[in-house]
Design a protein. Structure first.
Length: 346
């Protein structure tokens, strides 16, 4: 039977560990699995909780860092140095797998040795609220050529994966190497593209593969948005620099990414005024990023919409906002909230 290694980095998330480990060990029938918890020098009792979990189950190992090494080093330690199963999973200590998730992913990888990683749909839920009921009945799977999948992601300019729903072939993970320390907030985005440059991609249809916990206290600011955009751009540019020769039209893909991210920066800035959360200094950074990314950013309609908002006296915004905050804007606010996962820690 093929085996799966699950790496769970932890920093001050000890109170979530029981749920995370239980979802891996107790809810995955028919799968040979081992778990590694890596506590990255948490100042709370996370290490003690992890040690107690390991004492109860021989399938659980624990590493405790004496000093904080950061998320990227911690990820790579688990995936490249410890993981020895046929397949591997990296999941945050506050996330959970859905019942049967590992078996479904294993079956696809066993059946398709050309596939480097497989993912499915994640279920997002707000911390403190009731967890949704996952879909566990598989309706089939898809296998896509890695080049096709990577080009699609590059054209869209977005990361369609949150992380806990992914199972990677361990031999491929070690072949392509670990997460890049230059990308502490977009390393996963670059990793999926790097894996896709070397192998095909599998997708499980009709099922939910993981629970993804959203933390309200880690709401984004426009400063976080600037960081996110810069990291996304770097991740895409690195991918095109390394693997552009394998893609059908790297120059066109690059231009499309730069235009899309430029427009996104202006859009975020404009909506921050509509929602009454604009930070002038951060808006300036968003605008500067937009022009650095695409020098013709002033040709976008959203740029002129932003300029109109910036000319409005802030004291007048409470009277104007009811005409601006439409259902679309509220939906946009929800989108900003959902992006908070990059900044919640491990």
């Amino acid at each position: 039977m093929t085996s799966i290694s699950v790496v769970i980095p932890c920093y001050q998330y000890g109170h979530f560990l029981e749920e995370a480990v239980t979802s891996v060990l107790d809810d995955q029938g028919g799968v040979q699995v081992r778990v590694l918890i890596i506590d990255d020098a948490s100042p709370d009792d996370s290490a003690d909780i992890a040690t107690k979990i390991a004492a109860r189950d021989p399938r659980v190992d624990v590493i405790v860092h004496e000093t904080n090494k950061g998320n990227i080093t911690t990820y790579n330690e688990g995936l490249l140095e410890w993981a020895d199963g046929d397949y591997c999973v990296l999941m945050s200590a506050d996330d959970r797998l859905t019942p049967g998730a590992l078996r479904r992913a294993r079956d696809l990888l066993d059946a398709h040795p050309e596939v480097g990683f497989v993912y499915g749909h994640p279920l997002w839920f707000w911390h403190g609220e009731q967890m949704p009921v996952p879909r566990t009945r598989l309706r089939g799977w898809s296998v896509w050529p890695g080049q096709w999948w990577a080009e699609r992601r590059l054209r869209q300019g977005e990361n369609c994966i949150t992380s806990p729903e992914v199972v990677v072939r361990t031999s491929l993970q070690k072949h392509v190497g670990g997460y890049d320390p230059r990308l502490p907030h977009a390393g996963d985005q670059e990793m999926w593209l790097r894996l896709a440059a070397h192998a095909d991609v599998g997708f499980l249809r009709g099922v939910d593969q993981a629970f993804y916990r959203v933390h309200g206290q880690n709401m984004r600011t426009q400063f976080a948005d600037v960081l996110d955009l810069r990291q996304k751009l770097l991740a895409f540019d690195m991918t095109l620099e390394l693997y552009g020769a394998r893609l059908s039209d790297a120059k066109r893909l690059s231009d499309g990414i730069h235009r899309r991210l430029s427009r996104e920066a202006l859009w975020i800035a404009a909506r921050s005024y509509d929602l009454g959360v604009a930070e002038p200094a951060a808006v300036e950074e968003l605008v500067a990023f937009a022009f650095d990314c695409w020098p013709q950013a002033d040709r976008f309609a959203i740029y002129h919409a932003l300029q109109a908002r910036r000319r409005v006296n802030p004291q007048a915004m409470p009277f104007i906002r009811p005409f601006l905050v439409t259902p679309f804007v509220r939906k946009a606010h929800g989108w900003l909230q959902r992006q908070s996962w990059k900044y919640r820690g491990y």
